[in-house]
Design a binder for this molecule. Sequence first.
Ligand code: ZN
Length: 272
Amino acid sequence: MECEEVRDQFADYLIDNLQEPARLEVRNHLAACESCRSEAEGLKTLWTKLGTIPAAEPGPELRARFQVMLEAYRHGLDQAPSRSFRQSMNEWLARWWPAQPVLQFGLALVLLVVGVAAGWRLRPEPVVQPNGEITELRGELRQMRQMVALSLMQQQSASERLKGVNWSYQLQQPDREVLTALLDTLMHDPNVNVRLAAVDALRQFGGQPVVRTGVVEALGRQDSPMVQVALIDLVVDLKEKESVDTLRKLTQDEKLNEAVRTRAQKGLQELE
Ligand SMILES: [Zn+2]
C-alpha cells in the first residue's frame, strides 16, 4: 500500500473498523513507515484526548453547530478540486455519520479536525475564495483547538499538560478561558517544565491586560528559581511597570536564590 492509501484508512483502522486483509496491510505499513506511524499516533492521541473532553454529551446547540460545520465542510470539498484523501474522508464521514449516531461525538470532531487540517495542508493555496462559510469553519476549528488545549492542560500526566500548553501556541487569538488556564497552569502546576512552557506561551499573549496582571501575580508566588528567572525576563520584556514592587521585594528577600536576586535587581534597573 502507498502512504496515501494507508492514510485514507487511518480513521477506520483506529476505531477497528477495517476488514482483513486491509487491516494487516495498514499495520504492516505502519510498522515500516515512520511518517505514517507518527501521523497515526498523532491522530490517536488527539482522538483519545477528545474522548476525555467533558463535552462528550454535547447539548443540542453544539450538535446543531456541528451539523452546520459538517455541511460547510462537505460543501467546501465539493467545490475543491478532487483529492483522494479529502474525498475519501468525506465519503467516510458520509458513510459513518448517519449510521452510528451513538458513537462518541469526539470521533466526529477529530475526523473533522484532521480532515480539514489535512485538506489545508495538501492545498496550502486556497482555490476557493474565503467566504462566510470558510470563515465560520475556521472559527469552529479554532474553538476545537481551544478545547483540545484546555483538555490536555487538565490531564494527570505532565507530558500531556505540556502538550496542552504547546497547543495553545497554535491559537492566534485565544479566548479568555485559555489564557486563564495558562495562568492557572503557571500558578499551580506542580511540574517546573510545564510552568516554564506556560511562561513561554503567555509571552506571545503579553499584550493582553489579563496576562500582564497574572504574570506579575505569579512572579510573587513562584518558588522555582528557573521559573522566577523566566518570569522576571518576561515582565522586563513586556516593560510591565506594575511588576516593580514585586521585583523590589525579590531583591530584598535574603532567602532567595542569589541568581534570582541578581536578575531581579537588573530587571528593576531596566524598568525604573
Ligand atoms: Zn507511509
